[in-house]
Design a protein around this ligand. Sequence first.
Ligand SMILES: C=CC1=C(C)c2cc3[nH]c(cc4nc(cc5[nH]c(cc1n2)c(C)c5CCC(=O)O)C(CCC(=O)O)=C4C)c(C)c3C=C
Ligand SMILES: [Fe+2]
Length: 527
Amino acid sequence: MNFPSPPYATSSPSTSSSSSSYSLNHASPNFNRSMLVPQAICTSQKKSFCSGAQLEASVNSNTVKNHLFFPQRSEAQPLVANQSLNKHLFSVGALVTPTAQDVADTNVIGDDKIGVLLLNLGGPETLDDVQPFLFNLFADPDIIRLPRICRFLQKPLAQFVSVLRAPKSREGYASIGGGSPLRRITDEQAEELKKSLLVKNVPAEVYVGMRYWHPFTEEAIEQIKRDGVTKLVVLPLYPQFSISTSGSSLRLLESIFREDEYLVNMQHTVLPSWYQREGYIKAMSNLIEKELKSFDCPQEVMIFFSAHGVPLAYVEEAGDPYKAEMEECVDLIMEELETRKITNPFTLAYQSRVGPVEWLKPYTDETIVELGKKGVKSLLAVPISFVSEHIETLEEIDVEYKELALQSGIEKWGRVPALGCEPAFISDLADAVIESLPYVGAMAVSNLEARQSLVPLGSVESLLAAYDSQRRELPSPVIVWEWGWTKSAETWNGRAAMLAVLLLLFFEVTTPDSFFHQWGILLPSSR
Ligand SMILES: C=CC1=C(C)c2cc3[nH]c(cc4nc(cc5[nH]c(cc1n2)c(C)c5CCC(=O)O)C(CCC(=O)O)=C4C)c(C)c3C=C
Ligand SMILES: [Fe+2]
């Protein structure tokens, strides 16, 4: 079989998750949390305490937050604490973040050649691409998280799982036209972003770097170097951060940067998540408002946010902020709708689970059935974790979930389109890029530690010197072993058993004298 050279072939071994430092945050030893405490903490649970001013602050200061705080959790710090800290940073940022207009009016650009790198997942363009695409996906240690001592199994396991998954996946892609629309849509978004930046007086080249299919991130980086970009803004096209999406792409990027003298010296900055930006929230609200009008009784429609799930362990063990960011995002959209006198009931559920482990709940399919039982008659599905149409909107939501809803007693079904190239959304992305420019710095400016992080130190340092030493590592997927009948031991026993079964299956399928072959369950290979 002919695989495209997977991204792993060209990147350093440090794509492995636990070894690479992953911090975007540098907190100093004299970091004083109290000075950052805001008037009120605006969490998704405490929606009613969120004043307009605070919301403004959190929205406008996104850039600063991103430079200072990569929302991850260490064992010692519960996620809740991080969330609060996150909010504190918003407030500080609100005092200093210039608007896109301010930035465009100043001479931040000068003689620089500005580049924007859009990071995305990538998708198979033909049905023949499906299995090698899945191989790249499952070979990512941020997608299948093996204990470090089992890392040598990553690629054989990826091969096995991708072969197993390919028929189902291929069927899905066949039903949406024979391939993923992701490359086309992301290219269009890049083109529109470039135009929008130009209109705002910021000439820039926009590049697309996919994680699991063409154009691979490595290809984009080569082009960036050829073009002589001097300032780069890295923008993952996922509104909310997850270890499995933006995290994985940034980890790869970091390993590429660290190995390359040109890149180490190139000024750059990263916007790891931007779900709380006013422009994004308004653009999503516009789409929902418009789609609600297509129902006979718009006010009775259940607004059903459906996000791509992640395994529960990502959130509960590794501290992935994905769930918290998702919930906050939904709350912000509902608050915006409320200002437009739209007060529909709403709910959030998680779709697209893969494999035998527990994923974030509630699951979309189960929730749809429950809503049907409760007598909900009209439902508007809102894909919330991704900004382009893709297999999970076009097939899973539009076909599978719609059918399930109608079978469950829901009579009226609607679906909000993905943002794609919505002008308000693209314009806000352009603003996000422009607002980040004053904070662009070089990895190599400061010291060895700076080289290990995607955080631009120079400009951030002067803003909030308070945060310049503590490094937050992306939590290792290896949870420390605990003896006894503990939750961790149970998890790892389960994983070990699963691994053993998978390996057994792998050898059964690949060995001609195996049990399955002897009993005629598998046909003998042509060898
Ligand atoms: C925020 C978005 C996404 C998260 C989080 C995410 C996590 C995640 N995904 C898988 C497994 C698969 N994902 C697949 C396709 C796919 N995933 C996303 C987004 C997120 N994934 C998108 C946009 C797409 C579709 C791309 C396209 O071609 O249109 C697939 C392949 C399709 C299929 O077979 O269902 C798999 C497999 C895991 C395991 C995971 C978290 C660990
Ligand atoms: Fe996925």
